[in-house]
Write a protein that binds this ligand. Structure first.
Ligand SMILES: [Zn+2]
Ligand SMILES: [Zn+2]
Length: 484
């Protein structure tokens, strides 16, 4: 079965299909119509998308064969495998020997069913299952299984003999073959229902077979090989070992192979759980639809949707989407950055200037000063009357422009400060900064001195006034050393 992948994420399996766009989409690409809704919409055309089913997401069991074999090599399972094998030495004891043997078989199957159930719910690694499987001792699934097998045995073995009917005996043989082929379905029915009355219903077995379809045969194939595996292993090594060890070894191999088989059957339930109507605990899809709504998730999902729109060349939609998002998430730098890039790319001058007002506070809050200067410069280039919303932000921009040697730009952003920010408390600070840019950067000492004098006349008090006087002294010393 070839998997279908997302149009926008070629590495991710698709979960949905948009018939309108003819595109397959992964769960990152689609969003519910409203929070919690079961209707999912295409990110491009906004039509409802169709389900591709979990089977497209879950790795099929025939691609996980090595994992089933590796699985029992975890501590808990090994304790079981080796423990049962050691206990089987007790079967050589008189009287209790047979009872011990029965107990071992029961223990093997009980553990197998517990593994099957955990795997069926989506816990597919030893870390997720082993401890739990070992603890799940209250289950009677193995008893149900032996009960059904015993009943069937009586039906096909005893009834024809009792009635002494050769034609019934023939039918019995056919029935046995069918029963053997259905054993995996019976085991899975028991694992799903945990009920004797439901598990004894042949209709339920056929429902399992029908739901899995042709791959029920694939499963049978693997199980038959596995079933033969332990016997073959014993057969091959038996000439070389002490006969006393044969049974413990047989138990060892059998427990191991039984685990592999039950893991496989459990996984088949998980793989087909949608068709079987089984609820699982774990969504196989890492990017499940029901992610917790953290701020980061929301931002990522918006950016994600925008990236699809950009890939589709729908720049206006991408811009509208971001602009809308920025109203609610005004300090999300990632959203601002993407919007800014998009505006530059589409050369949207008017919006670039408008956006800079919101972009600047986010850049300052995140200490992104290089981008801050770049963005402010761009805005000022497009509109010489551009100024940040807050006076302190204009000061911050000017300070960073000054330290990075952009003195002219610092002067531009501070130009007419008292007109853009009338009666503002930062006016003296802006004045002092302008003087520094003029004097330090451009060598216009006389012009700087004039401004300082005017400023000191208007604002003679406060901390900045003291700094101005200090700076005045400095300018004076400079002016004195300049030869007339
Ligand atoms: Zn995708
Ligand atoms: Zn669509």
């Amino acid at each position: 079965m070839a998997k279908i992948y997302c149009k926008y994420h070629p590495k991710d399996p698709a979960r949905k299909y948009c018939p309108h766009c003819n595109s397959n989409l992964c769960s990152k690409c689609i969003k519910p119509e409203t929070a919690g809704s079961n209707r999912y919409l295409c990110p491009v055309c906004k039509n409802e998308v169709n389900d591709l089913g979990m089977e497209n997401v879950i790795t099929p069991f025939w691609e996980r064969i090595p994992q089933f074999f590796k699985y029992p090599f975890n501590f808990d399972s090994m304790v079981y495998v080796i423990g049962l094998s050691l206990i089987s030495f007790l079967t050589y004891l008189p009287i209790v020997g047979f009872a011990v043997y029965i107990a071992i078989v029961f223990a093997m199957y009980r553990y197998g069913f517990a593994l099957l159930q955990f795997t069926a719910r989506g816990y597919v690694t030893p870390e997720e299952t082993a401890g739990g499987a070992r603890l799940n001792t209250s289950s009677n699934m193995h008893i149900i299984f032996f009960g059904i097998t015993l009943l069937f045995g009586l039906l096909v073995g005893v009834v024809p003999a009792w009635l002494q009917s050769p034609s019934l005996a023939m039918l019995s043989i056919i029935a046995i073959v069918i029963f053997v082929l259905l054993i995996p379905a019976i085991i899975m029915t028991i694992g799903v229902t945990e009920s004797f009355s439901q598990s004894i219903n042949p209709l339920a077995w056929f429902v399992i077979v029908k739901s899995i379809g042709i791959h029920y045969l694939t499963l049978l194939f693997f199980l038959m090989i596995l079933n033969g595996g332990s016997s073959a292993a014993i057969f091959l090594i038996s000439p070389f070992i002490n006969p006393m060890v044969i049974l413990p070894l047989f138990v060892l191999f059998n427990t191991y192979f039984l685990m592999v088989m039950f893991l496989m059957m459990g996984y088949v339930i998980y793989q087909y759980h949608e068709r079987l109507g089984v609820t699982v605990d774990k969504d196989a899809d890492e990017d499940s639809f029901s992610q917790p709504q953290t701020a980061e998730n929301i931002t990522d999902s918006i950016l994600h949707e925008v990236s699809i729109l950009i890939q589709e060349g729908m720049f206006d939609d991408a811009k509208a989407k971001l602009k809308q998002a920025l109203i609610r998430h005004s300090m999300e730098l990632k959203l601002h950055d993407q919007y800014h890039k998009l505006l530059v790319k589409t050369n949207d001058k008017a919006e670039l200037v408008a956006h800079a007002k919101g972009y600047i506070p986010a850049l300052i809050a995140n200490n992104q000063f290089n981008q801050l200067i770049e963005s402010a410069e761009q805005a000022l280039q497009k509109d010489k009357n551009f100024r940040p919303e807050k006076s302190i932000h204009a000061i911050t921009i000017a300070e960073h422009a000054f330290t990075s040697g952009k003195h002219k730009f610092a002067l531009q952003i501070l130009d007419k400060f008292d007109q853009f920010y009338p009666m503002d408390a930062n006016i003296p600070k802006a004045g002092l900064l302008m003087c520094k840019a003029l004097c330090d950067g451009l060598g216009e000492d006389a012009k700087a001195k004039k401004i300082l004098q005017a400023m000191l006349g208007k604002y003679p008090d406060g901390e900045v006034a003291d700094q101005m006087r200090e700076y005045m002294k400095f300018i004076d010393s400079l002016l004195e050393t300049v030869p007339e």
